[in-house]
Design a protein around this ligand. Structure first.
Ligand code: NAD
Length: 261
């Protein structure tokens, strides 16, 4: 269990944060990992670090919102390793603002990265999985915000809720050829995406940065702790390595009890 030997894994947004740690954990479990990201120098750096540690990795330049780049990126992975077994649709950004101050451009950008990106990468990878008929795993990076809402996060909450619908549909459509789809829903993890929000929220709410962490981000956890990239990566490994359709169409919340189903 929890081995990915010879599995080809595409992780989007893997040049940083949660995606990068998932790529490292997958490589340690024997997977061949494609680091797909906008930030090509950081993606190359992440791939090199995995190879230096004895794993197999390649960097793939990809803007997940661009149909042609996604098709070319997945084609490059298939050309190199012959297939895709696991997709982790993880690339994401955060823009916080009051709904009444949100521009349409920012709203569209958020939905494009989180939802168009998930759709386009899923479609490309599923085409390969369907053609080969050997099964596979698709994992979406949702959030506690797939299940509840917070102020200032309208497009993020909308997009993360939307991923649940996409996942459940994929679970039904792709079960015929053994592909499972699940969503991981982390609580706050101290990555660059979250570090950026702390001063932004402090300014917006007129409170200190310490108060943002204590009274907003971690208030409802059972122990006042951040979730870590390792916590999320180990759940991502279990979902990738799970062998049957028994575990599909689900969302797993990894949040120190912030949200309980
Ligand atoms: P991060 O900023 O550390 O990493 C995100 C990566 O996505 C970056 O490398 C960035 O270049 C890449 N990216 C952004 N737009 C892209 C695009 N259009 N195409 C390709 N790559 C793109 O952030 P993170 O915290 O590791 O977030 C990863 C995922 O986890 C996101 O979907 C985020 O919403 C989700 N998430 C994060 C937290 C948290 O607290 N950090 C909690 C729940 C969910």
């Amino acid at each position: 269990m929890n081995r990915l030997d010879d599995k080809v894994c595409v992780v989007t947004g893997a040049a940083s944060g949660i995606g990068r740690r998932i790529a490292e954990v997958y490589a340690r479990a024997g997977g061949r990992v494609a680091i797909a990201d906008l930030r090509t120098a950081d993606a190359e750096d992440a791939a090199r670090a995995i190879r230096d540690a004895g794993g197999e990795a390649m960097a793939v330049a990809m803007d997940v919102t661009d149909e042609a780049q996604v098709a070319e990126g997945i084609a490059a992975v298939v050309a190199r390793w012959g297939k895709v077994d696991v997709l982790v649709s993880n690339a994401g950004i955060q823009i916080v603002n009051k709904l009444t101050d949100f521009s349409l451009a920012d709203w569209k950008r958020m939905l494009a990265i989180h939802l168009d990106g998930a759709f386009l990468t899923t479609r490309e990878c599923l085409r390969d999985m369907e053609r080969r008929g050997e099964g596979g795993a698709i994992i979406y990076m949702g959030s506690v915000h797939s299940h509840l809402a917070s102020k200032l996060k309208a497009p993020y909450v909308t997009a993360k809720h939307g991923l649940l619908g996409l996942c459940r549909t994929v679970a039904k459509e792709a079960a015929a050829y053994g592909v499972r789809a699940n969503v991981i829903c982390p609580g706050f993890v101290r990555t660059p995406l979250v570090e950026k929000q702390i001063p932004e929220q402090a300014k917006e709410f007129g409170i200190s940065e310490e108060a943002v962490v204590r009274d907003i981000m971690l208030r409802d956890t059972v122990d006042g702790e951040f979730t870590t990239v390792d916590d999320v990566a180990h759940v991502a490994l279990t979902l990738a390595a799970f062998e049957t359709n028994a575990l599909t169409g689900q969302s797993l919340v990894v949040s120190h009890g912030w949200f309980m189903h």
